[in-house]
Design a protein around this ligand. Sequence first.
Ligand code: PMP
Length: 363
Amino acid sequence: MPESGIRRIFELVASVKDPINLSIGQAHFDVPDAIAEVACDAIRSGFNRYTVTQGLPELNDAVMRRMDDLYGYEADASLITSGVSGGLLLGFMALLDPGDEVLIPDPYFTMYAVLAGMCGATLKTFDHYPGTPLTEALLEASITDRTRVLLVNTPSNPTGRTLTVEEMTAVNNVARRHDLFVVSDEIYDAFVYDGPHVSAGGRIDSERLLLLGGFSKTYGVPGWRLGWALGPDDLIDAMRRFQQFTFVCAPAPFQKAALAALGTDMSKEIGEYRGKRDRILDGIADHYECSSPGGSFYMWPQLPHGVSSDVYMDAALKRRLLVVPGKTFSARDTHLRLSFAADDSVLDRGIEALCGIADELAG
Ligand code: PMP
């Protein structure tokens, strides 16, 4: 089992004094007070026991309604999971047998590869760097008769790339042709900047779709461990049974608070993120090749020409700048992941450090 590359950066954070931290994978805002109050009230009033494995019925109903209202997606069934991480684990366990192949984008959220390995499945990747359109031909080139699952993540961690309607249609066509399951990780669906989120819900045939989403990023509660999984009855039922023997249920008092969260408007908090994206993108434009991320709170600039991420990270640490090397998420070592989930003052210090490093390494 490998050590998580991102967690390693977290440990670095503790050892660097006054770091400029652009490595963070969670929103910079905290949960609104009104939602926190519901969690506190639930704890104080004794709502601390197990819930049913499926999750509170009223929370499941609210999630199903959200997905129908936002995306016109009417799933058969839902399950409240311990984060999208929990949904990924249960989904992979239910869908994959040893020897099956999972096709995922490169670059990718590293957990996909580790979980696929835990299920005995083999990883295949397709090129999903910004600038390479996702086409049927691109996907077809990596499909074999062992391919079982095609995973997409939009908006993406680590690139911020968002899928277009045409790209989602290509995914559906290929999945249909090869009878694949599509797992769509949409944990960043509230963080989109250039148009509405293109969900797999309503676009991928619902009998072959597992849609995962969650509360961690949108409501500033990654430590609450809450997410949802929507899909066909038989798949969700299999996942529910795996949940009985693993997580048992998602945290009870936070399920209550999650219900309040779904009724809370986060546009003020999330609305700041477009400006943050533009601030850093403009700030580094003269020094780095970087396409504009349509969503999430990450961007994916190219390393200065010919420089490895090890050399870059040494230079960054000297300036107390924390970023994540792209090779953590990819077979290639050509990019960096920056997070703009930070105060503007931190972003400004980050821009100065990033530009300084590029000048230093060029000279
Ligand atoms: N998917 C993606 C793409 C993520 O970036 C993350 C968190 N970094 C997760 C899933 C897991 O989120 P959680 O388990 O907190 O819901």
